[in-house]
Structure formats: C-alpha cells, structure tokens
Design a protein around this ligand. Structure first.
Ligand code: BES
Ligand code: MN
Ligand code: ZN
Length: 505
C-alpha cells in the first residue's frame, strides 16, 4: 500500500510531479519551473499547454542541489471563473499518471502543491478535498488487472508519495483525515474492481458470501448468510427460482453495521448475478460481458465497507442476493409462475429479465425486516438504460424529489453522474398478468422504466427509495486496460451521500 507524507517544506524527491491547470498563471508557473530546472522558459511555455492529461517529463540539466532528477508536468485542463479547478480532474490525472508510470517510478516521489503547481492557489478549506483526490487517484492507479497470468505483474517499488503543502498540518487535521478517507474508499474500490473484472468461474455466489464475511471481519459489521437450500427455506423463492438452475446455488448475505450512536439509517441492495446467460431466453449476442452482471452487488459491498471503516455514525443494512442465471434440467422456464418473499406471485415472461426477480426478494426482505430511513439499490438491470443515456450517466429512479436533487448534485460532484427517469404508474400497466400478481417483462418500450416499476412493487412503498440502473456505467473502455473494465461506479456517489447525512446536509 502506498504511503503518504505531508510536508510543509519543499523537500522534493528524485522525481517531482507538478500539476498545472490551463489558467492565466500557467506561463508564470512554467517560468518558475524553468528557472528551477535551469531550462529556457520559452521552450517550456511553447511545449506544455496543460490540456487535461497532457504530460511531459524532463531531466534536470545537471546535479541539482535539491536532488531532483526528473520533473513531470501534468495538465489539469482549462479552468475558468465559472469552471474552477475540481478535485475530480486531479483524481483522474493522478490515476492516469500512476497507472502509466508505476513500473518506472522510484520508491519516493513528491508532489508539489507549494511552489509551482496551480494547486498552490487553493485555500485551506479547499485543500482536504484535493489532497483526498491526489491520494485516491494515485491508489487507483496502482490497480493490477493481470492477476490470473502465470507470472502476474510484480508489485511496484514505488511506495511513498510526499505531498508538499503550504498549509499547516497537525495530527487529526482535516487534511490528514482526507488521506485516511482516500485510503479507505480506494481499498474498497480496488476490491470492487477485482470482483467485477473476475469471471464467474472464479467468482461465484459463494464467493460473494465469503467476501461479505471477510469485509465483516475487517470492519465491525455483522454478517449473516443463507446458502443454497437455506435460501428456499427462508422463503426467498424468487432468488431461488432464478438461481436453482446452476450448480453454484444462490447465496443471500445480510451485512449490518450498527454503531453505538447514529442518527440515520440506510438500506442497501445490489444485483449479484454472477453470470447471466439469459437462461432459456438465452442471450444470442453479448453473453460474454455478463460476468459483470454482479457489479451492483460489488458496489454495495464497497459502499458498506467504506461506511463501516470510516466509522460513520449511520446504521446500515446491506443485502447481497447472488446467483447465476443458467440453463439446466433444473432451471426456471419462460411461463413459470413463481413465489416471492413479498408474497406476490410472478409470471416469468422472460428468463433474461432475471435481475428484477432476484432483487425483488432482497428489497422485500430488507423492508420487511428492517426499518431504514433510506433505501438504495443499484443494478446492471437493463440494456435499455444504455440506450437512454449512453455511457455518460446512470439512470436514477425515485419518487422522492429531495433525493432526486441530492443525488443529481452528488453525481455532478463525484462525476458519477445520474439522470432521473420517470416512475409514473402508466408504465406499470405492461406488467399486468392474467394468472399471477405481476409478470416480469412486457414486450414494451422504456425497458428500464418497466424494470424499475417491477422493483417498486417489492419496496413496501418505501418513501425514500432510489434505484440506480447502471448497466453501462459499471464497466467501461478506458486507458487502464485493453478491454472494458470495472469502474466501481456508485461507490463514491453513495459514500458521499452517507457523509452528507452525517454532516446534516
Ligand atoms: N444483465 C442484463 C442487463 C445488461 C445489459 C447489463 C447490458 C449490462 C449490459 C439483464 O439481465 C438483461 O438481460 N436485461 C434484458 C431485459 C429484457 C429481457 C427485458 C435487456 O436489457 O435486454
Ligand atoms: Mn438478463
Ligand atoms: Zn442480468
């Protein structure tokens, strides 16, 4: 794990990293760097425009008295009065820098927020969020995706990041705290990356249960798991029906974090379909990516882990329903009428609309057995959500106006953007069944809305329920791998939500 050292003095290491925004001070900042490195200012100014993720590196001309051998300039992009420097730009730039250079960096590097960088203009009030982003981005940059190679990439030597700050820091100071927070959240996000990227033969419903128990043992979280037949015995018939066709039977993990003092409570549910073949309505295209159909569950474990390790004074109950949607002599079939924990019967019109069925039991279980002020769920529920919003935002559904505004704002802040789609009752007509209480699918348009309407039926009319459909957002093409890979979308969004409850915002 990377270590962070805050220093008030300028004590650069062999490698000095300077983050620069494209702002009116850029020329001046570059001139100062040129003078420090004994270079010609004109060359630097001509060559470095500080576009976002621009990066340039040069060696100091001779044995520099400070010991600096190499300087990296990293661009943060354009900033204006109405578009000030954001911690998110810093987070992305640091992640990218560490990802690209982690194998060549020396053990100690230093980041300047004091002499040359645009970050020196930050106020004491702004600094914690920016230092958190520096630390959090760097930690994510260390992610190693090649875990299953015969010779996995070696851990890097790079292990200390010295951050030079102009502001005074003492123990328990907000800047120290922001580094602790960055570590907790990044460790949780890295675990989410692993869960989501790992294919289903190596990450099964039982592995969800084991991970829940592991997280429980690391933080003060109570964990109770129903495995295999116990799922059926607990009347979780809907989850059981979806998962019974696989040799890897369903698991249902309940995690509860209850600090001595709390003022608010949150219920969390995430879709954990370890693999979605579609079932008998088998997927004829796009099946291989369905190893990521458990990203919602992974995300909620990340949120739970973060909240508990940050010791936020909030009571949290997190439910992870996990199963595989497979075909076999034992699998559920189109037209089956199945039972559910809530008591409603469900006509299975399409076995590929399985997420809403197994989520229904988790939502019903949570709302029947726990009273929480908020109820949040996240799922890779529908391809239709990608058709609506592309790969730029997740779909949000809620009947609570206040929460809609709040999550919209938090999405803008964290750059885990969400956009609200409607939950009008008109959309539920399509789910009426002749024989059962509800059917799971209708050949209708607005597929993400009907899916959300289906879930709503199982929330016990919870007044503060928010559903996120993130089929497109939880994995993404990126600079970090050759193929689409996990993003941990939603972790920061919901951790910030929890923190905002503590702050009473
Ligand atoms: N897991 C899929 C949704 C999905 C699609 C996730 C693309 C990630 C990327 C879900 O279970 C599914 O199969 N949905 C169907 C619903 C349809 C059968 C009503 C879909 O979106 O086509
Ligand atoms: Mn499906
Ligand atoms: Zn699915």
């Amino acid at each position: 794990m990377l270590h962070f050292k805050l220093t008030q003095e300028f004590q650069p290491a062999e490698v000095l990293v300077v983050l620069l925004a494209q702002d009116p001070q850029l020329k001046e900042n570059l001139a100062a760097i040129a003078s420090f490195a004994h270079l010609t200012a004109d060359d630097l100014v001509a060559n470095f425009k500080a576009e976002k993720k621009d990066s340039t590196a040069f060696y100091t001309a001779h044995q520099h008295p400070t010991g600096v051998k190499k300087i990296y300039l990293l661009g943060l992009g354009e900033t204006k009065e109405d578009k000030p420097l954001s911690p998110e730009a810093v987070r992305q730039v640091m992640r990218s820098f560490v990802h690209k250079n982690k194998t060549t960096l020396p053990t100690v590097i230093s980041i300047d927020c004091l002499q040359f960088s645009s970050l020196k203009q930050l106020s004491a009030a702004q600094l914690p969020a920016f230092v958190e982003a520096l630390a959090g981005g760097s930690l994510l940059g260390l992610y190693e995706i090649g875990k299953y190679k015969q010779e996995p990439p070696k851990p890097v030597a790079f292990d200390t990041l010295r951050i030079h700050l102009a502001v005074k820091t003492q123990a328990n100071d907000p800047i120290e705290k922001s580094i602790d927070k960055a570590k907790v959240v990044a460790v949780a996000q890295l675990r989410v990356f692993d869960m989501v990227n790992t294919p289903s033969n190596r990450f099964t419903p039982e592995d969800f249960a084991k991970t829940a128990e592991l997280i429980g043992s690391e933080a003060s979280i109570n964990v109770k798991v129903f495995r295999g037949k116990e799922v059926k015995e607990q009347n979780l018939h809907a989850l059981w029906s979806v998962g019974k066709g696989s040799e890897n039977l369903p698991t249902f993990s309940i995690l509860e974090y209850k600090p001595a003092h709390f003022t608010k409570s949150i219920g969390l549910v995430g879709k954990g379909v370890n693999f979605d073949t579609g079932g008998y309505n088998i997927k004829t295209q796009g099946m291989a990516p369905m190893k990521i159909d458990m990203a919602g569950a992974a995300t909620m474990l990340g949120v739970m882990e973060s909240i508990a390790k940050l010791q936020l004074p909030i009571h949290v109950v997190c439910i992870i329903p996990a199963c595989e949607n497979m075909i076999s002599g034992n699998a559920y079939k189109p037209s089956d009428i199945i039972d559910s924990y809530a008591g409603y019967t469900i006509e299975v019109e399409d076995t590929d609309a399985e997420g809403r069925i197994m989520m229904a039991d988790a939502l019903a279980y949570l709302t029947k057995n726990y009273q929480t002020d908020y109820l949040l769920d996240i799922a890779t529920l529908t391809g239709a959500s990608i058709i609506s919003l592309g790969l730029k935002a997740g779909a949000m559904f809620t009947n609570n106006e206040e929460l809609a505004t709040k999550f919209y704002d938090l999405g803008q802040q964290t750059e885990e953007k969400v956009w609200r789609l409607p939950l009008w009752d008109d959309y539920a007509d399509a789910l009426k069944s002749d024989m059962a209480d509800v059917k799971n699918y209708a050949n209708s348009q607005a597929g993400s809305v009907t899916a959300a309407k289906f879930l709503e039926k199982f929330t016990n009319k919870h007044p503060a329920w928010v559903h996120f459909d993130v089929a497109g957002m939880c994995w993404m093409d990126s600079e970090f791998a050759k193929t689409r890979n996990a993003t941990a979308f939603g972790v920061r969004l919901m951790v910030e939500f929890a923190e905002s409850l503590v702050a009473g915002k």
